[in-house]
Ligand binder design. Sequence first.
Ligand SMILES: C[S@@+](CC[C@H](N)C(=O)[O-])C[C@H]1O[C@@H](n2cnc3c(N)ncnc32)[C@H](O)[C@@H]1O
Length: 250
Amino acid sequence: MAAPTTDVGTPDSRTYTERRAWLHEYFDRTAAAAWATLTSDSQVSWVRRTVREGRERMRHTLSGFFPDDLTGMRVLDAGCGTGVQAVELARRGANVVAIDLSPTLVGLAETRSAGKFDRGTIEWRSGDMLDPQLGTFDYVVAMDSLIHYRMTDMLDAYAALGARTRVGMAVTFAPWTPLLATVRGVGTLFPRGDRAPAIEPVPMGPLLRGIARDPRLAPWAAQRTHRVESGFYTSQALELCRRDPMGAAS
Ligand SMILES: C[S@@+](CC[C@H](N)C(=O)[O-])C[C@H]1O[C@@H](n2cnc3c(N)ncnc32)[C@H](O)[C@@H]1O
């Protein structure tokens, strides 16, 4: 089987490592309970209900970028949170590696996933989604897990993931909108002491130009894109396809 040839390691920029440490602390401690509730069926406020609805639409949008039948495909759920997307992909036959910085959320995801899929597999891991030791993949999904990083770090992450991915990636970014620029995202949804790390709003034009101009991303083409807006939730899906897809992962 052909393996991706370009070796792009984990970005080691200071902004990436600082944000990653901050996100680890936030998602593993400060907001773990809030995320557990948001991603469950329990009753939440109207504002959080709009976020939940938006996130559900986004999840469908991203998984719609992949084939219905993922039997035997190796798929990375990069920043899996409480694992809903990983379960959906496994149900479609994928062998999923689901990784998140937060061991607390990964533990919850694993517990919640029990008995929810009877095809595919899920390997639950805590750590950095860009760890080269995770190996190679057919597809990667990163739902709202890169939205706190700067655009240059996002491009580094796309390059690092892309170097290990054979067919397609489905990612999101926080599109620059007047609302997002003002409130800077889900931080407004949580009580003051529970404030989320800032989201980095990214204008679509410069991001797409950044992808097109980045030599590390030359094998990749930006394809479908779709914005989901639901109350306080705004996120933009982006499909990246390898121009010359490689053979399936073994
Ligand atoms: C907004 S939550 C979304 C979780 C999940 N994708 C979902 O949509 O439900 C973002 C998640 O990305 C994770 N994350 C952020 N940076 C990461 C990194 N470098 N490696 C692994 N996980 C990361 C966070 O720990 C957090 O759980």
